[in-house]
Design a protein around this ligand. Structure first.
Ligand code: NCD
Length: 322
């Protein structure tokens, strides 16, 4: 594995290696001293062309806990805002001696281009490209779901076989939904996506999941082990003229995780959200703060997954001991 760009590039073995390594990383984070010397002397560049709080901080924390140096490069205020091309940025990074690039970009396919255009020869970790992919989010979601195994012996190497998962909301604009559906189905889960027809992408019939337009029916029939609520991505709607749903109130009553639906969830069902949340729109505060909400665990697991990805890409293939 040279890059981490698209879940479709991963075999089941790759996915399990990443998840198992993330578990080893998580175990090191229970220690009093969290920092490992593994990537000492390496430089990771965080190249963010799109706003991000938790993903950027999470990659930064992950790199620093492995003792790498981190350079944060935000497009605003850089030469990119003066019109510098992705190619020139790539040439600059290579010349500066970077060892890996973490990139978030508003265009789908940007990470693939950076990795494969021949401008530079560094591992690229996709931190989200347009509406296309967000592989580390899918891995941290899978890590969170796999933890229903409490016993480490059972957890390591395990898949999500037979687990029933519902993903709800703005599927159309969601790179998280695309990555999650691919990874969960690769790991043997049964996935259902639920959205208003206007927020379902063309070609969804090719996705390895079921589709429903009614959240109440979906909860009753799918009996989920986990429900993932997606953010309504208003910033990606304005350019398209809006009109994806009549009003926030109507969205909430048809597709929000409200109090009534919370009581209809099966007792084992975990509540997830990739953040940032619109409380009161796709999820009510009671659901977000519920004892079965694992939203904070997702953030925590994000650091372990990103440590694993940086470690496997930078510390050398075949070297999977931590
Ligand atoms: C997601 C993203 O940026 O794609 N958030 C994240 O990575 N924490 C989901 C979102 O923005 O809704």
């Amino acid at each position: 594995m040279k890059h981490l760009i698209d879940i479709a590039d991963l075999s089941e073995e790759d996915a399990l290696r990443l998840l198992d390594t993330a578990e080893s990383m998580a175990a090191t984070q229970e220690r009093r001293v969290k920092k490992l010397p593994t990537l000492r002397g390496k430089t990771v560049v965080n190249l963010f062309f799109e706003d991000s709080t938790r993903t950027r901080l999470s990659f930064e924390a992950a790199a620093k806990r492995l003792s790498a140096d981190v350079i944060n490069f935000a497009a605003k205020g850089s030469s990119v805002s003066k019109g510098e091309s992705l190619k020139d940025t790539a040439l600059t990074l290579q010349a500066m001696g970077a060892d890996a690039v973490v990139m978030r970009h508003s265009s789908s396919g940007a990470a693939h281009r950076l990795a494969h255009a021949g401008w530079m020869d560094l591992p690229v970790l996709n931190a989200g490209d347009g509406t296309h992919q967000h592989p580390t989010q899918a891995l941290l979601d899978a890590m969170t779901l796999r933890r229903y195994h409490r016993d480490r012996e059972e957890l390591i190497g395990s898949k999500l076989t037979g687990k029933r998962i519902i993903i709800v909301g703005d599927i159309l604009h969601s790179r998280v939904a695309r990555s999650d559906v691919q990874l969960f189905s690769l790991l043997g889960a049964q996935v259902m996506v639920v959205a208003p027809p206007t927020l379902v992408p063309v070609g969804i019939d090719q996705w390895p999941c079921q589709v429903s337009y009614n959240l109440d029916t979906a909860i009753a029939t799918h009996q989920p082990d986990a429900i993932i609520m997606l953010r309504v991505q208003r910033e990606r709607m304005s350019s398209l003229g809006g009109g994806f749903f009549p009003s926030p109130g109507e969205y909430h009553s048809a597709y929000g995780l409200d109090r009534q639906r919370l009581t209809n969830l099966p007792p084992q069902c975990r509540i997830m959200h990739p953040g940032p949340m619109n409380r009161g729109l796709e999820i009510c505060a009671e659901a977000a703060d519920h004892p079965r909400s694992v939203i904070v665990e997702q953030v925590n697991n994000g650091v372990s997954v990103r440590m694993a990805a940086l470690y496997l890409l930078l510390a050398g293939e075949g070297n999977t001991d931590v």
